[in-house]
Design a protein around this ligand. Structure first.
Ligand SMILES: C[S@@+](CC[C@H](N)C(=O)[O-])C[C@H]1O[C@@H](n2cnc3c(N)ncnc32)[C@H](O)[C@@H]1O
Length: 229
């Protein structure tokens, strides 16, 4: 397990990295890649969308070109501080501090769920994917962007020491284990030689399991921790 696949380490990392995130991010994950993924996501204006690991809001900003409002969840306050400067604390983005592996939302709360560049930090990605299946309505879409496993042995060793990198086969295994049946995997790359992203678009099965929580109209569950609300 890589050093950043530990929630405390990832939080510490982003306390500092958040200050330069928006400067460095476009070299790896840029507007064109995000917009391509948004096409696959295919959101309707009134869809209720959750962005997990929303960070400074790079993807959230893209999502807001397609939907009226976005629920954003992250475990790093430093990252959210940057996002507040873009969207304000209360507006079209509803911020929630929380953990991808234990989402503070009721079953079937969302039409669609997006998560870009966050899965590589989760110690138990399958647990998070199960949570995604739980909070998204049957028939809804889950889109996850992560880092593709490098081809060269020397990069593989380095990648494994830092965080989760995975290929389409492993993505398929994780999504299947989490209960998804319909998945598509795409490789995205800024330019030749740049790091590759693997983007999975999955559909929540119609007969998704539901827990005994009430799936009423309110989105937040009792354990929700909205940011400064
Ligand atoms: C590379 S940034 C991605 C930000 C944004 N989604 C984007 O597309 O630019 C990864 C984000 O995942 C968040 N993160 C890492 N582990 C998390 C977890 N277990 N639960 C929630 N957020 C997490 C980090 O705090 C960070 O903001």
């Amino acid at each position: 397990m890589g050093i950043l696949e530990d929630k405390a380490n990832a939080r510490l990392f982003y306390r500092y990295f958040s200050r330069v995130y928006d400067t460095i991010n476009p070299y790896i994950w840029d507007d064109r890649m995000r917009n391509q993924a948004l096409e696959w996501f295919d959101a309707d204006r009134d869809d209720r969308v959750l962005d997990v690991g929303a960070g400074t809001g790079f993807a959230t900003e893209g999502l807001l070109n397609h939907v009226d409002e976005v629920y954003a969840l992250d475990q790093s306050r430093g990252q959210f501080e940057q996002a507040f400067t873009k969207f304000g604390k209360r507006g079209k983005v509803r911020f929630h501090m929380g953990d991808a592996e234990r989402l503070p939302f009721k079953d079937d709360s969302f039409d669609k769920l997006w998560s870009s560049g966050s899965i590589e930090y989760w110690p138990n990605p399958v647990a998070a994917l199960r949570e995604f299946r739980r909070v998204v309505k049957p028939g809804g879409t889950v889109l996850v962007v992560g880092p593709d496993y490098p081809k060269l042995r020397v990069f593989q060793t380095l990648a494994d020491a830092i965080m989760l990198f995975y290929d389409a086969e492993e993505a398929e295994e994780m999504f299947t284990e989490a209960g998804f049946e319909e998945t598509r995997h795409f490789i995205q790359q800024r330019h030749r030689g740049a790091p590759r992203a693997i983007t999975t678009v999955a559909t929540v099965p119609e007969e998704a399991e539901s827990s005994d929580t009430d799936a009423g109209s309110a989105v937040e569950s009792g354990s929700a921790e909205p940011v400064d609300r």
